[in-house]
Design a protein around this ligand. Structure first.
Ligand SMILES: [Fe+2]
Ligand SMILES: [Fe+2]
Length: 272
């Protein structure tokens, strides 16, 4: 199901939490996990922004955009999701779970984890923003609570805007790096594989560890699979493939030929 944007009369700085039917949300364990885990990864943007700013320190345009706009918007996403989660599920010890997540996650966010060239790192950032934009689109479709749906749609719009910035910067670097399509495709694939094993699972594991003292890596992995399954019917595969492949700059006809089987394979992979 595609969600039509109905952005109403509020912004991410002014979310009408009083309109949320908290009693009805208590039974939505899936949304409890999905919202809390997303808030962790978004707020932690501060960590990897520093790495990216250092990497692009010689480029005033990119480093100032990262510092002054992008980081600010990512942490705002996290703060809004945290406010929503704490309003709806006040018994959850968010601060403790986040602190434990941060200790774990900060070991993954190193300058060494960046791509070998700036242009390829911008390709990787396009893939990350594709992942977040499509995640929030599916969350908006999956959440039948209007305030959460509104939050997800607003964040989705920001993530698409981030993608456009990173893509434009990639084009600038590609003029001097002139990377071949195979090299770009490898950078895309590396980030897709990392995304499958990375941030979201780490966040979910720490949400689970605090919510359920009996949790372990195996139970958290089962939850992750269960929640991925609950989002898959609303996942915009076509949008994901289109955005992720765009840095390849394929001719329109070839792009169409490549896209269809990838959308089909992605849909089968997640729906079976
Ligand atoms: Fe974000
Ligand atoms: Fe983003």
């Amino acid at each position: 199901m595609r969600v039509q944007a109905n952005l109403g009369d509020w912004t991410l700085d002014n979310v009408p939490l009083e309109r949320v039917n908290c009693a009805a949300m208590q039974s939505r364990l899936d949304l409890f996990y999905l919202v809390n885990a997303a808030s962790f990864v978004e707020i932690a943007a501060e960590l990897y922004t520093q790495n990216l700013v250092s990497y692009f320190s010689a480029d005033a345009e990119i480093s100032s955009w990262l510092r002054d706009q992008w980081q600010h918007e990512e942490t705002r996403h996290g703060r809004v999701l945290r406010a929503y989660a704490q309003h709806v599920w006040p018994d959850f010890d968010w601060a403790r779970a986040y602190s434990e997540f941060l200790t774990d996650y900060s070991q993954q966010c190193t300058v060494e984890a960046l791509e070998a060239t700036q242009g390829l790192e911008l390709v990787a950032r396009c893939v990350v923003e594709t992942g977040t934009a499509t995640y929030y689109e599916s969350l908006a479709a999956h959440a039948d609570e209007p305030v959460l749906r509104g939050i997800a749609m607003r964040i989705r719009a920001d993530e698409i805007n981030h993608y456009k910035h990173f893509y434009r910067y990639f084009r600038k670097y590609q003029q001097r790096e002139n990377q071949g399509r195979l090299t770009i495709l490898r950078a895309i694939a590396r980030r897709v594989v990392e995304a499958r094993n990375g941030d979201a699972q780490c966040a979910l594991r720490h949400v689970d560890a605090v919510r359920d003292p009996g949790a372990n890596a195996e139970t958290s992995q089962k939850l992750y699979i269960q929640f991925a399954a609950s989002l898959r019917h609303d996942y915009p595969f076509d949008m994901a493939v289109k955005m992720a492949l765009k840095p390849l700059g394929l001719p329109a006809a070839l792009n169409h030929i490549v896209r269809l089987p990838l959308v089909w394979a992605g849909t089968r992979c997640l729906l079976n």
